[in-house]
Design a protein around this ligand. Structure first.
Ligand code: FAD
Length: 369
Protein backbone atom coordinates (compact mmCIF):
# COMPACT_ATOMS: atom_id res chain seq x y z
CA UNK A 1 0.00 0.00 0.00
CA UNK A 2 1.32 3.46 -0.96
CA UNK A 3 1.25 5.55 2.25
CA UNK A 4 2.72 8.69 0.67
CA UNK A 5 0.58 11.78 1.40
CA UNK A 6 0.94 12.53 -2.33
CA UNK A 7 -0.36 9.12 -3.48
CA UNK A 8 -2.92 9.04 -6.30
CA UNK A 9 -6.01 6.87 -6.40
CA UNK A 10 -6.08 3.90 -8.76
CA UNK A 11 -8.40 5.79 -11.11
CA UNK A 12 -6.09 8.83 -11.13
CA UNK A 13 -3.07 6.63 -11.81
CA UNK A 14 -4.90 5.06 -14.78
CA UNK A 15 -5.68 8.54 -16.11
CA UNK A 16 -2.02 9.54 -15.78
CA UNK A 17 -0.85 6.37 -17.51
CA UNK A 18 -3.19 7.16 -20.41
CA UNK A 19 -1.99 10.78 -20.65
CA UNK A 20 1.66 9.69 -20.38
CA UNK A 21 1.14 7.34 -23.31
CA UNK A 22 -0.55 10.06 -25.40
CA UNK A 23 2.19 12.51 -24.46
CA UNK A 24 4.81 10.40 -26.24
CA UNK A 25 3.15 11.32 -29.53
CA UNK A 26 2.78 14.95 -28.47
CA UNK A 27 6.53 15.14 -27.78
CA UNK A 28 7.30 13.79 -31.21
CA UNK A 29 5.46 16.64 -32.96
CA UNK A 30 5.90 19.51 -30.47
CA UNK A 31 8.84 21.08 -32.34
CA UNK A 32 6.91 21.14 -35.64
CA UNK A 33 3.86 22.83 -34.11
CA UNK A 34 6.19 25.30 -32.39
CA UNK A 35 8.00 26.07 -35.63
CA UNK A 36 4.72 26.71 -37.49
CA UNK A 37 3.12 28.45 -34.47
CA UNK A 38 0.08 26.25 -35.06
CA UNK A 39 -2.37 25.07 -32.39
CA UNK A 40 -1.83 21.31 -31.85
CA UNK A 41 -5.51 20.53 -32.37
CA UNK A 42 -4.86 16.79 -32.78
CA UNK A 43 -3.23 16.67 -29.31
CA UNK A 44 -6.18 18.46 -27.72
CA UNK A 45 -8.65 16.19 -29.49
CA UNK A 46 -6.78 13.10 -28.30
CA UNK A 47 -7.10 14.32 -24.70
CA UNK A 48 -10.84 14.88 -25.15
CA UNK A 49 -11.26 11.45 -26.77
CA UNK A 50 -9.49 9.92 -23.76
CA UNK A 51 -12.06 11.50 -21.41
CA UNK A 52 -9.63 13.88 -19.71
CA UNK A 53 -12.25 16.66 -19.42
CA UNK A 54 -14.57 14.36 -17.44
CA UNK A 55 -11.68 13.45 -15.13
CA UNK A 56 -10.73 17.04 -14.32
CA UNK A 57 -14.25 18.48 -14.02
CA UNK A 58 -15.02 18.71 -10.27
CA UNK A 59 -17.59 16.31 -8.83
CA UNK A 60 -19.91 19.14 -7.66
CA UNK A 61 -20.57 20.01 -11.31
CA UNK A 62 -20.84 16.46 -12.63
CA UNK A 63 -17.26 15.32 -13.33
CA UNK A 64 -14.99 12.72 -11.72
CA UNK A 65 -13.13 15.44 -9.81
CA UNK A 66 -9.44 14.48 -9.73
CA UNK A 67 -7.36 15.68 -6.81
CA UNK A 68 -5.06 18.69 -7.14
CA UNK A 69 -2.18 16.22 -6.83
CA UNK A 70 -3.30 14.33 -9.94
CA UNK A 71 -4.19 17.53 -11.83
CA UNK A 72 -0.72 19.01 -11.21
CA UNK A 73 1.02 15.84 -12.33
CA UNK A 74 -1.18 15.63 -15.44
CA UNK A 75 -0.21 19.15 -16.51
CA UNK A 76 3.48 18.47 -15.75
CA UNK A 77 3.46 15.33 -17.91
CA UNK A 78 1.83 17.27 -20.76
CA UNK A 79 4.28 20.18 -20.40
CA UNK A 80 7.30 17.90 -20.48
CA UNK A 81 6.05 16.57 -23.83
CA UNK A 82 4.63 19.77 -25.34
CA UNK A 83 4.23 22.88 -23.16
CA UNK A 84 1.99 24.62 -25.71
CA UNK A 85 -0.51 21.75 -25.56
CA UNK A 86 -0.25 21.84 -21.76
CA UNK A 87 -0.86 25.61 -21.64
CA UNK A 88 -3.87 25.56 -23.97
CA UNK A 89 -5.32 22.59 -22.10
CA UNK A 90 -4.75 24.32 -18.74
CA UNK A 91 -6.45 27.54 -19.90
CA UNK A 92 -9.30 25.51 -21.45
CA UNK A 93 -9.77 23.51 -18.25
CA UNK A 94 -9.47 26.62 -16.08
CA UNK A 95 -12.12 28.51 -18.07
CA UNK A 96 -14.45 25.51 -18.49
CA UNK A 97 -14.32 24.53 -14.82
CA UNK A 98 -14.70 28.15 -13.67
CA UNK A 99 -17.73 28.76 -15.88
CA UNK A 100 -19.31 25.46 -14.79
CA UNK A 101 -18.84 26.28 -11.11
CA UNK A 102 -19.57 30.03 -11.22
CA UNK A 103 -22.81 29.69 -13.18
CA UNK A 104 -24.12 26.43 -11.66
CA UNK A 105 -26.51 28.20 -9.23
CA UNK A 106 -28.20 30.17 -12.04
CA UNK A 107 -27.57 28.24 -15.25
CA UNK A 108 -27.45 24.65 -13.99
CA UNK A 109 -25.28 22.27 -15.99
CA UNK A 110 -25.02 24.30 -19.24
CA UNK A 111 -21.24 24.88 -19.16
CA UNK A 112 -20.44 21.50 -17.57
CA UNK A 113 -22.36 19.83 -20.43
CA UNK A 114 -20.51 21.92 -23.01
CA UNK A 115 -17.14 21.08 -21.41
CA UNK A 116 -17.93 17.37 -21.30
CA UNK A 117 -19.36 17.49 -24.83
CA UNK A 118 -16.06 18.58 -26.37
CA UNK A 119 -16.59 22.36 -26.67
CA UNK A 120 -13.40 24.37 -26.30
CA UNK A 121 -12.90 27.14 -23.73
CA UNK A 122 -10.38 29.98 -23.34
CA UNK A 123 -9.56 32.55 -20.65
CA UNK A 124 -10.04 36.11 -21.92
CA UNK A 125 -9.00 37.93 -18.75
CA UNK A 126 -5.77 39.90 -19.26
CA UNK A 127 -6.29 43.46 -20.46
CA UNK A 128 -3.94 45.93 -22.12
CA UNK A 129 -4.14 48.25 -19.10
CA UNK A 130 -4.40 45.76 -16.23
CA UNK A 131 -0.78 44.61 -16.29
CA UNK A 132 -0.35 41.26 -14.64
CA UNK A 133 -3.33 41.49 -12.31
CA UNK A 134 -5.79 39.74 -14.59
CA UNK A 135 -8.46 39.38 -11.90
CA UNK A 136 -8.70 43.18 -11.58
CA UNK A 137 -10.23 44.30 -14.89
CA UNK A 138 -10.15 47.99 -15.75
CA UNK A 139 -12.76 47.84 -18.50
CA UNK A 140 -16.35 48.83 -17.59
CA UNK A 141 -19.34 46.95 -18.96
CA UNK A 142 -22.27 49.22 -19.82
CA UNK A 143 -25.86 48.23 -18.99
CA UNK A 144 -27.85 47.17 -22.08
CA UNK A 145 -30.91 45.13 -22.89
CA UNK A 146 -30.32 41.52 -21.80
CA UNK A 147 -27.16 42.34 -19.84
CA UNK A 148 -24.18 44.62 -20.41
CA UNK A 149 -21.97 45.48 -23.36
CA UNK A 150 -18.19 45.44 -23.47
CA UNK A 151 -16.00 47.61 -25.69
CA UNK A 152 -12.32 46.91 -25.34
CA UNK A 153 -9.73 44.17 -25.64
CA UNK A 154 -8.39 41.08 -23.92
CA UNK A 155 -4.93 39.91 -24.72
CA UNK A 156 -2.81 36.80 -24.90
CA UNK A 157 -5.85 34.51 -24.98
CA UNK A 158 -4.32 31.05 -25.45
CA UNK A 159 -6.22 28.85 -27.88
CA UNK A 160 -8.85 31.52 -28.51
CA UNK A 161 -9.04 30.84 -32.24
CA UNK A 162 -10.57 27.40 -31.62
CA UNK A 163 -12.69 28.34 -28.59
CA UNK A 164 -16.49 28.23 -28.55
CA UNK A 165 -16.62 29.77 -25.08
CA UNK A 166 -14.65 32.55 -23.44
CA UNK A 167 -14.38 33.32 -19.75
CA UNK A 168 -14.41 37.13 -19.68
CA UNK A 169 -14.29 39.56 -16.77
CA UNK A 170 -15.28 43.24 -16.69
CA UNK A 171 -16.38 45.83 -14.17
CA UNK A 172 -20.13 45.87 -13.54
CA UNK A 173 -20.99 48.86 -11.35
CA UNK A 174 -17.31 48.94 -10.40
CA UNK A 175 -17.20 45.27 -9.33
CA UNK A 176 -15.10 42.65 -11.21
CA UNK A 177 -17.65 40.24 -12.70
CA UNK A 178 -17.26 37.03 -14.72
CA UNK A 179 -19.26 36.14 -17.81
CA UNK A 180 -19.35 33.36 -20.35
CA UNK A 181 -19.20 34.72 -23.91
CA UNK A 182 -19.74 32.78 -27.11
CA UNK A 183 -17.65 34.76 -29.61
CA UNK A 184 -19.75 36.23 -32.43
CA UNK A 185 -18.99 38.89 -35.09
CA UNK A 186 -18.41 41.48 -32.33
CA UNK A 187 -15.31 39.57 -31.17
CA UNK A 188 -12.38 39.77 -33.57
CA UNK A 189 -8.88 38.35 -33.41
CA UNK A 190 -5.95 40.70 -33.88
CA UNK A 191 -3.14 38.34 -34.91
CA UNK A 192 -0.21 39.52 -32.80
CA UNK A 193 1.07 36.09 -31.77
CA UNK A 194 4.48 35.59 -33.34
CA UNK A 195 6.56 34.96 -30.24
CA UNK A 196 9.83 33.58 -29.05
CA UNK A 197 8.36 30.79 -26.91
CA UNK A 198 5.17 28.78 -26.40
CA UNK A 199 4.49 29.65 -30.02
CA UNK A 200 1.85 26.97 -30.56
CA UNK A 201 -0.43 28.45 -27.88
CA UNK A 202 -1.40 31.21 -30.34
CA UNK A 203 -2.32 33.51 -27.45
CA UNK A 204 -3.95 36.24 -29.49
CA UNK A 205 -5.34 39.70 -28.81
CA UNK A 206 -9.15 39.80 -28.92
CA UNK A 207 -11.12 42.94 -29.66
CA UNK A 208 -14.64 43.34 -28.23
CA UNK A 209 -16.90 45.75 -30.09
CA UNK A 210 -20.15 46.26 -28.16
CA UNK A 211 -20.14 42.56 -27.25
CA UNK A 212 -23.17 41.57 -25.21
CA UNK A 213 -22.29 40.13 -21.80
CA UNK A 214 -25.54 38.25 -21.26
CA UNK A 215 -27.15 38.55 -17.84
CA UNK A 216 -27.96 34.84 -17.94
CA UNK A 217 -24.28 34.02 -18.52
CA UNK A 218 -23.09 36.01 -15.52
CA UNK A 219 -21.16 34.06 -12.89
CA UNK A 220 -21.05 34.46 -9.15
CA UNK A 221 -17.89 35.65 -7.40
CA UNK A 222 -14.98 33.28 -6.71
CA UNK A 223 -15.14 31.06 -3.63
CA UNK A 224 -12.19 29.41 -1.85
CA UNK A 225 -13.95 26.09 -2.50
CA UNK A 226 -13.81 26.47 -6.31
CA UNK A 227 -11.24 24.30 -8.07
CA UNK A 228 -8.23 26.57 -8.63
CA UNK A 229 -7.05 24.95 -11.87
CA UNK A 230 -4.83 27.77 -13.14
CA UNK A 231 -2.84 28.41 -9.91
CA UNK A 232 -2.38 24.63 -9.55
CA UNK A 233 -1.37 24.14 -13.16
CA UNK A 234 1.02 27.00 -13.85
CA UNK A 235 3.91 25.69 -11.68
CA UNK A 236 3.51 22.35 -13.47
CA UNK A 237 4.04 23.98 -16.88
CA UNK A 238 7.47 25.25 -15.80
CA UNK A 239 8.40 22.01 -14.01
CA UNK A 240 7.54 20.03 -17.17
CA UNK A 241 9.68 22.39 -19.28
CA UNK A 242 12.54 21.95 -16.77
CA UNK A 243 12.22 18.16 -17.03
CA UNK A 244 12.34 18.37 -20.82
CA UNK A 245 15.35 20.71 -20.67
CA UNK A 246 17.15 18.31 -18.31
CA UNK A 247 16.41 15.38 -20.64
CA UNK A 248 17.79 17.29 -23.62
CA UNK A 249 20.99 18.39 -21.89
CA UNK A 250 21.68 14.90 -20.54
CA UNK A 251 21.23 13.41 -24.00
CA UNK A 252 23.55 16.02 -25.48
CA UNK A 253 26.21 15.67 -22.77
CA UNK A 254 26.28 11.88 -23.20
CA UNK A 255 26.44 12.00 -26.98
CA UNK A 256 28.88 14.86 -27.52
CA UNK A 257 32.47 13.61 -27.61
CA UNK A 258 35.22 16.17 -27.00
CA UNK A 259 38.82 14.98 -27.31
CA UNK A 260 37.75 11.37 -27.02
CA UNK A 261 35.57 11.76 -23.92
CA UNK A 262 31.83 12.35 -23.61
CA UNK A 263 31.01 15.85 -22.35
CA UNK A 264 29.16 14.18 -19.46
CA UNK A 265 32.55 13.13 -18.04
CA UNK A 266 33.69 16.71 -17.52
CA UNK A 267 33.57 17.69 -13.89
CA UNK A 268 32.04 21.12 -14.38
CA UNK A 269 29.13 19.52 -16.25
CA UNK A 270 28.56 17.02 -13.44
CA UNK A 271 28.69 19.73 -10.76
CA UNK A 272 26.30 22.03 -12.61
CA UNK A 273 23.86 19.23 -13.46
CA UNK A 274 23.85 18.04 -9.83
CA UNK A 275 23.00 21.53 -8.65
CA UNK A 276 20.30 22.17 -11.28
CA UNK A 277 18.67 18.75 -10.87
CA UNK A 278 18.61 19.06 -7.07
CA UNK A 279 16.90 22.44 -7.44
CA UNK A 280 14.32 20.91 -9.77
CA UNK A 281 13.61 18.03 -7.38
CA UNK A 282 13.26 20.48 -4.47
CA UNK A 283 10.80 22.59 -6.48
CA UNK A 284 8.80 19.47 -7.36
CA UNK A 285 8.70 18.38 -3.72
CA UNK A 286 7.50 21.83 -2.67
CA UNK A 287 4.89 21.82 -5.45
CA UNK A 288 3.55 18.44 -4.27
CA UNK A 289 3.30 19.84 -0.74
CA UNK A 290 1.37 22.85 -2.05
CA UNK A 291 -1.00 20.54 -3.96
CA UNK A 292 -1.44 18.45 -0.82
CA UNK A 293 -2.41 21.65 1.04
CA UNK A 294 -4.91 22.41 -1.73
CA UNK A 295 -6.40 18.92 -1.44
CA UNK A 296 -6.59 19.36 2.34
CA UNK A 297 -8.45 22.68 1.98
CA UNK A 298 -5.69 24.54 3.84
CA UNK A 299 -6.10 28.35 3.99
CA UNK A 300 -2.40 28.74 3.09
CA UNK A 301 -2.88 27.03 -0.30
CA UNK A 302 -2.71 30.12 -2.50
CA UNK A 303 0.47 31.36 -0.78
CA UNK A 304 2.06 27.92 -1.25
CA UNK A 305 1.04 27.70 -4.91
CA UNK A 306 2.44 31.21 -5.49
CA UNK A 307 5.79 30.14 -4.05
CA UNK A 308 5.65 26.94 -6.11
CA UNK A 309 5.14 28.98 -9.30
CA UNK A 310 7.97 31.37 -8.44
CA UNK A 311 10.33 28.46 -7.73
CA UNK A 312 9.25 26.45 -10.78
CA UNK A 313 9.58 29.46 -13.13
CA UNK A 314 13.14 30.12 -11.93
CA UNK A 315 14.20 26.47 -11.91
CA UNK A 316 13.00 26.06 -15.50
CA UNK A 317 15.01 29.08 -16.69
CA UNK A 318 18.11 27.89 -14.77
CA UNK A 319 17.87 24.41 -16.26
CA UNK A 320 17.26 25.71 -19.77
CA UNK A 321 20.21 28.14 -19.52
CA UNK A 322 22.47 25.34 -18.35
CA UNK A 323 21.27 23.40 -21.39
CA UNK A 324 22.49 26.20 -23.65
CA UNK A 325 25.93 26.16 -21.97
CA UNK A 326 26.24 22.38 -22.24
CA UNK A 327 24.78 22.38 -25.75
CA UNK A 328 27.32 24.87 -27.05
CA UNK A 329 26.70 26.09 -30.56
CA UNK A 330 25.04 22.83 -31.61
CA UNK A 331 22.40 23.33 -28.91
CA UNK A 332 21.88 26.81 -30.33
CA UNK A 333 20.84 25.45 -33.69
CA UNK A 334 17.14 25.50 -34.54
CA UNK A 335 17.26 21.73 -34.98
CA UNK A 336 18.18 21.25 -31.30
CA UNK A 337 15.44 20.95 -28.63
CA UNK A 338 17.75 22.86 -26.25
CA UNK A 339 16.98 26.28 -27.76
CA UNK A 340 13.21 25.58 -27.73
CA UNK A 341 13.26 24.71 -24.03
CA UNK A 342 15.03 28.01 -23.28
CA UNK A 343 12.41 29.97 -25.24
CA UNK A 344 9.55 28.12 -23.52
CA UNK A 345 11.08 28.44 -20.05
CA UNK A 346 11.16 32.23 -20.34
CA UNK A 347 7.40 32.33 -21.00
CA UNK A 348 6.60 30.68 -17.67
CA UNK A 349 7.89 33.76 -15.84
CA UNK A 350 5.67 36.10 -17.86
CA UNK A 351 2.37 34.31 -17.33
CA UNK A 352 0.35 35.84 -14.53
CA UNK A 353 1.22 36.11 -11.86
CA UNK A 354 4.69 36.95 -13.13
CA UNK A 355 7.79 36.30 -11.05
CA UNK A 356 7.97 40.03 -10.29
CA UNK A 357 4.40 40.23 -9.03
CA UNK A 358 4.80 37.03 -7.00
CA UNK A 359 8.11 38.22 -5.53
CA UNK A 360 6.45 41.50 -4.53
CA UNK A 361 3.54 39.71 -2.83
CA UNK A 362 5.64 37.10 -1.05
CA UNK A 363 8.36 39.57 -0.05
CA UNK A 364 5.84 42.05 1.34
CA UNK A 365 4.16 39.27 3.31
CA UNK A 366 7.45 38.08 4.83
CA UNK A 367 8.51 41.62 5.66
CA UNK A 368 5.09 42.64 6.92
CA UNK A 369 5.34 45.61 4.57
C1 FAD B 1 2.38 32.19 -23.21
C2 FAD B 1 1.36 33.06 -22.55
C3 FAD B 1 0.05 32.62 -22.48
C4 FAD B 1 -0.93 33.43 -21.90
N1 FAD B 1 -2.22 33.00 -21.88
C5 FAD B 1 -3.20 33.79 -21.36
C6 FAD B 1 -4.57 33.40 -21.41
O1 FAD B 1 -4.92 32.32 -21.91
N2 FAD B 1 -5.51 34.26 -20.91
C7 FAD B 1 -5.18 35.45 -20.37
O2 FAD B 1 -6.07 36.16 -19.92
N3 FAD B 1 -3.88 35.86 -20.32
C8 FAD B 1 -2.90 35.06 -20.80
N4 FAD B 1 -1.59 35.49 -20.78
C9 FAD B 1 -1.29 36.82 -20.24
C10 FAD B 1 -0.49 36.79 -18.93
O3 FAD B 1 -1.08 35.99 -17.97
C11 FAD B 1 -0.27 38.20 -18.37
O4 FAD B 1 -1.43 38.73 -17.86
C12 FAD B 1 0.23 39.12 -19.38
O5 FAD B 1 1.31 38.47 -20.03
C13 FAD B 1 0.68 40.44 -18.75
O6 FAD B 1 1.05 41.36 -19.75
P1 FAD B 1 2.55 41.58 -20.23
O7 FAD B 1 3.19 40.25 -20.34
O8 FAD B 1 2.54 42.45 -21.43
O9 FAD B 1 3.32 42.24 -19.06
P2 FAD B 1 3.13 43.64 -18.37
O10 FAD B 1 1.91 43.57 -17.54
O11 FAD B 1 3.28 44.77 -19.32
O12 FAD B 1 4.38 43.61 -17.39
C14 FAD B 1 5.69 44.16 -17.69
C15 FAD B 1 6.53 44.00 -16.48
O13 FAD B 1 5.92 44.64 -15.35
C16 FAD B 1 5.68 43.69 -14.31
N5 FAD B 1 4.36 43.95 -13.72
C17 FAD B 1 3.14 43.94 -14.35
N6 FAD B 1 2.14 44.22 -13.49
C18 FAD B 1 2.75 44.40 -12.28
C19 FAD B 1 2.26 44.70 -10.98
N7 FAD B 1 0.98 44.89 -10.74
N8 FAD B 1 3.19 44.79 -9.98
C20 FAD B 1 4.52 44.60 -10.22
N9 FAD B 1 5.02 44.32 -11.43
C21 FAD B 1 4.16 44.23 -12.43
C22 FAD B 1 5.72 42.32 -15.00
O14 FAD B 1 6.11 41.32 -14.09
C23 FAD B 1 6.75 42.54 -16.07
O15 FAD B 1 8.02 42.39 -15.54
C24 FAD B 1 -0.58 34.70 -21.38
C25 FAD B 1 0.75 35.14 -21.45
C26 FAD B 1 1.72 34.33 -22.03
C27 FAD B 1 3.12 34.83 -22.08
Amino acid sequence: MNTSPFALSEREQTLLDTVTELAKNFAATAADYDQRAEIPVEHLRALTDAGVERSVLPADVGGDGVSYQAFGELIRVLAQADPSTATIFLMHAGAGIALAQLTAPTLGSYYADEFLGGARFANALSEPASGNTFLMPQQHAVAAEGGWTLDGAKRFVSGSEIAQHLLVNALVDGVPTFFGVEPDETVTTIPIWDTLGLRATRSQLLSFDATLLRADRRGRGLSPFDFAAIPAGLPAISLGIADAALGALVEHARGRIIQGEPLSHQQWVQFEVASAESGLEAAKAYFRTALWQADSGSPSTIGALSRAKLLANRVAVDMAQLGVRIGGASGYLKTSPIQRHLRDAEAGQLMAYSTEVLSGQIGAEILGA
